[in-house]
Design a protein around this ligand. Structure first.
Ligand code: UT7
Length: 324
């Protein structure tokens, strides 16, 4: 039996830290509201000329170095992002050249905040069926490009960043299972409402760029319900109990959602990797960023049982159970 094992992790954040107090000065909001409703204290914003591929490149190089692999050995590159540099070529293709990857398959997956888990799931399948031995998987976003910084309901939530892993074929687990789902019935609750088919009107307010529109309260309720179901599905698929988990590495949208998942899993918050306080919501980047942080600071050790989960626009949701 072939499994995919995480050989190395990496991440990258832009230097600019934007605190809640910085936002108080430019919009009608308060540090107290943001902390109480979301758990966010600060987030990182990329400089104007920095793109998703720029952040992703650094995260991928860190992961390649940690895995100690030659980029020429990578035989698939999966990239989860909602903020690609261009409509096409894909961000993965743009990066393939910059990272020195061979002419392997390279593709973007657009599954909003679940993008990394979708990309990881595809990568895992390629390795399990024997079609790839080493796969680079990245989640990266410059959400500030699609956030209207005049609108407090979304402006305080999002941040920029990138995280990556190198997976390699192994006889030992590894990724035990991945689970991905979608339900397009709620597409309008969280979306950017311009595009090739709808046209580009209405972007004047956001300096000519698309903007995220979200009915936060409704998304919140569906997210908690849906994530509760997928963690159950993941444990059941592997015949495991809640107590078998060592770490929860959740999507970082809201500390209240994360805490609800910890309660569902009877897990102490000490075993939950939380970055939302410092990163805000970085969509597809949030799970690999949190994973890399906890691997590098030594909290996550080889042999630990990890549950990764995410929920986002689409709606999409996904999970992975990993023996690290
Ligand atoms: O990552 C993909 C998935 N996304 C999520 O999972 C996000 C899920 N949703 C959430 O995290 C929360 O719904 C939010 C953090 C977005 C909002 O929190 P909430 O507790 O659901 O607040 P709300 O939207 O119901 O708004 C409550 C009040 C409103 O005022 P009124 O109508 O009660 O007077 C808003 O106008 O808070 C007001 N408000 C703000 N006040 C200060 C909204 N944004 C702000 C703000 N500062 N930034």
């Amino acid at each position: 039996m072939i499994y995919s094992r995480i050989a190395g992790t990496g991440s990258h954040l832009p230097d600019r830290i934007v605190s809640n107090h910085d936002l108080e000065k430019v919009m009608d909001t308060s540090d107290q509201w943001i902390r109480e409703r979301t758990g966010i204290c600060e987030r990182r914003w990329a400089a104007e000329n920095v793109t998703t591929s720029d952040l992703a490149e650094k995260a991928c190089l860190n992961a390649i170095e940690a895995a100690d692999v030659d980029p020429a050995e990578i035989d698939l590159f999966m990239m989860g992002t909602t903020t690609p540099d261009l409509i096409f070529p894909s961000t993965a293709c743009l990066l393939q050249k910059r990272l020195g990857l061979p002419d392997c398959g390279a593709m973007d997956v657009n599954a909003a905040c679940s993008g990394f888990l979708y990309a990881l799931s595809v990568a895992d399948k390629f390795i399990r069926c024997g079609d790839a031995k080493k796969v680079l998987v990245c989640g990266a976003e410059t959400l500030t490009n699609i956030t209207n910084l005049q609108k407090r309901d979304t402006a305080v939530l999002f941040g920029d960043g990138a995280g990556a892993v190198v997976l390699e074929a192994s006889e030992e687990p590894g990724i035990l299972s991945t689970h991905i789902h979608a339900n397009g019935n709620h597409a309008d609750l969280l979306a950017t409402k311009v595009g090739i088919a709808r046209g580009w009107e209405g972007m004047e307010e956001n300096g000519g760029k698309p903007e995220i529109v979200m009915k936060g309260n409704e998304v919140f309720k569906v997210a908690v319900r849906t994530l509760g179901r997928i963690v159950e599905e993941t444990l059941t698929a592997n015949g495991l109990e809640k107590a078998d988990l060592d770490w929860l590495i959740p999507h970082q949208a809201n500390l209240r959602i994360i805490a609800a998942m910890a309660r569902t899993l009877d897990m102490n918050m000490d075993h939950v990797v939380v970055t939302v306080d410092r990163h805000g919501n970085t969509s597809a980047a949030s799970v690999p960023l949190a994973l890399d942080e906890a691997v590098r600071d030594g909290r996550i050790q080889r042999g630990d049982m990890l549950l990764l989960e995410a929920f986002g626009g689409g709606f999409t949701w996904g999970s992975a159970l990993i023996r690290y």
